[in-house]
Design a protein around this ligand. Structure first.
Ligand code: G6P
Length: 613
């Protein structure tokens, strides 16, 4: 969480920082701030609220400066207010710092600094770091680069920081551990940011800092990197591949709606070049390299958080059915603290859109220590998780900006389906006919998604009818049980309506007690092997007075007659159906949230990339 951005070079820093902060706002939006350096003076502006509030606040202020740092915050230490907003000054106000992460030993460090006369204005862990760097500089007469390195050697926890000092105005210092940091290298200028989105329109040459690396960033000189342990590192410069137009709303009211509508393309992009339904060939570099390991795997353990965990649950059905490989799916946050039993012939698949989720990253480290092979499914190229895994396959969904994940989910499920099909074909579990047929279906999913998107007007009307409901229940069976969870999560996240996802048959063991006339129940009831069972489940909820919204297969008669409202989707192979059943649920939550006046792209208390525990 928290987005950081910085600039040093010949241009005016402020407009670049504000634009960059808007791009990074998905990472946190409870307060924001910038510090600008001009004529060896630092001007610092910060305020509670969103980046637009900061912009408003600064509108009549002095924003001169070719060097600057900016921050958008998701509070961890201290409530979101003006004082706790970043940047933070050191005691003398000679240096300022922005920080993403958590300094775990901040209390001990703070105590020592307080004893040495340092006064703290905020409740943040970051201010500790500002004072610590200054203290080290004073005690040892160190330059800023060295002082930052020494300070970081005392720090336990996660950080991505940029430090600016009016005593050393020709450079900035950046460092990272656990939280991401990208440095863009331009013509006699440098950009720094939590991800590449603020950088890509200025330069495509970037360096991703690795953990415990500290960089000296000075226009006119090459980028210099040392480790916290004081070893010189040669920077590895990479080329960014992001498409700029995907970072804009492109005529849609919200990123979420744009991203829902992009799914035809994002699923296609995630499959492109990896499968050919005509030849029956699936070719994925990450799988080819690890094919033997996959085929001999004792188990597959899938880890992830939030929506990525839901994609993992779908993956369980896909792997077990297509390839008959046993699968366990776990929340990364539970897995990492559970002393799990892992074998060397286990494969751990880590799923993450951002590739930065702290719990998933920590779970990967644990699995690595225990000797398992780690396969990553990430959306953000070059992200920490992508780099921490042994092999992997990117989802090519393009940047996902809306905090509620949509196109990342369908891209993840598409990639999981491809891998499961490839393994089922190789290990002989899937007959050639079944394999070919499923591959042809998978190839048709993008066009089915555009078909489902045409239901938007119907969904909008339902949203208007149900926008004031206080609770929702989502029911699904089999591979659509995780879709019920995902539908409920979407609604909770952006409309703040309480919603629960449940396996339809399990409902009678509890949630049925909640059902009355006030409770809308969304049932995923497309044609599948448990169709008759779900018909009975609908009867059960109808008997208790619930209003039923059913997702049905085009032409369906029975459920359509039983339910109060039906949304039709194309007929599709059962195991691939989550790729399209989820779409109306995404639209429903979107339109309900809009009608309730909620901030769809930046829901309260949430952040897109959760880089803290
Ligand atoms: C946050 C986001 C969710 C996301 C989850 C996991 O909670 O708000 O949308 O599903 O993190 O993120 P990841 O980037 O690892 O998929």
């Amino acid at each position: 969480m928290c987005g950081i951005v910085a600039y040093i070079g010949p241009k005016q820093a402020y407009p670049l920082l504000i634009k960059g902060l808007h791009r990074l706002e998905y990472r946190g939006y409870d307060s924001a701030g910038v510090a600008l350096m001009h004529d060896n003076k630092i001007c610092l502006y910060k305020s509670k609220g969103k980046v637009s509030d900061l912009e408003q606040y600064i509108s009549n202020k002095d924003t001169k400066g070719n060097v600057g740092i900016g921050h958008t915050r998701w509070a961890t230490h201290g409530s979101p207010n003006d004082v706790n907003a970043h940047p933070h000054y050191s005691m003398s106000e000679d240096l300022v710092i922005i920080h993403n992460g958590i300094i775990e030993n901040y209390a001990t460090l703070k105590e020592g600094l307080s004893k040495r006369g340092y006064i703290f204005k905020s409740e943040t862990d970051t201010e500790v770091l500002a004072h610590l760097i200054e203290d080290i500089q004073k005690k040892g007469n160190y330059n800023l680069f060295e002082a930052v390195r020494l300070a970081l050697s005392e720090v336990v926890g996660a950080y991505a920081i940029v430090v600016m000092s009016k005593n050393e105005p020709n450079h900035l210092i950046a460092a990272k551990k656990g939280s991401p940091m990208v440095i863009g290298i331009g013509e006699n200028e440098f950009y720094m940011a939590s991800d590449a989105t603020p950088i890509v329109e200025h330069t495509r040459n970037v360096v991703y800092l690795n953990d415990e690396e500290v960089a000296l960033i000075e226009p006119g000189n090459d980028l210099r990197i040392i480790t916290v342990g004081n070893h010189e590192i040669t920077p590895y410069i990479q080329q960014l591949q992001i498409e700029l137009e995907l970072l804009e709303k492109g005529g849609y009211d919200h990123f979420m709606l744009k991203e829902i509508n992009e799914q035809q393309r994002s699923i296609r992009d995630s499959l492109r070049g990896r499968m050919d339904p005509n030849t029956g060939r699936i070719s994925m570099a990450g799988i080819i390299d690890f094919e033997k390991k996959f085929l001999q795997a004792r188990r597959i353990i899938i880890i992830g958080c939030g929506t990525s965990w839901h994609a993992g649950l779908v993956g369980e059905y896909l792997f077990e059915e297509y390839a008959r490989i046993p699968v366990e799916v776990e929340y990364a946050s539970e897995f990492r603290y559970r002393n799990p039993i892992l074998y060397e012939d286990d494969i751990v698949i880590a799923i993450s859109q951002s590739g930065e989720t702290a719990d998933t990253l920590a779970a990967i480290q644990l699995a690595k220590q225990k000797g398992a092979t780690i396969f990553g499914i990430c959306n953000v190229v070059g992200s920490s998780i992508a780099r921490a895994t042994d092999a992997g396959a990117y989802t090519h969904a393009g940047p996902e900006i809306g905090v509620a994940s949509t196109k990342a989910f369908t891209a993840q499920v598409s990639v999981l389906a491809l891998i499961a099909l490839a393994l089922g074909n190789k290990n002989g579990n899937l007959s050639e006919t079944a394999y070919r047929k499923t591959l042809t279906q998978l190839d048709r999913v993008p066009e089915m998604v555009s078909e489902v998107l045409k239901t938007e007007e119907v969904v909008k009307r339902l949203a208007a009818l149900f926008k004031d409901a206080r609770n929702f229940l989502y029911l699904g069976r089999g591979v659509n049980f995780p879709v019920a969870l995902e539908g409920a999560l979407k609604l909770k996240e952006i409309s703040y309506i309480h919603a629960e996802g449940y396996p339809a048959a399990e409902m009678k063991h509890g949630p049925i007690a909640l059902i009355d006339e006030q409770m809308p129940v969304v049932v995923i009831a497309n044609r599948n092997t448990s169709y008759e069972k779900i018909v009975s489940n609908i009867q059960e909820v109808k008997a208790r007075g619930a209003q039923v919204i059913a997702i049905v297969t085009k032409g369906d008669k029975e459920v359509t007659r039983l339910a109060d409202y039906a949304i039709e989707i194309p007929d599709i192979d059962e195991l691939l159906s989550p790729l399209i059943t989820v779409v109306p649920l995404q639209l429903l939550s979107y339109h309900i949230a809009v009608l309730r006046g909620c901030n769809v792209d930046q829901p309260r208390n949430l952040a897109k990339s959760v880089t803290v525990e």
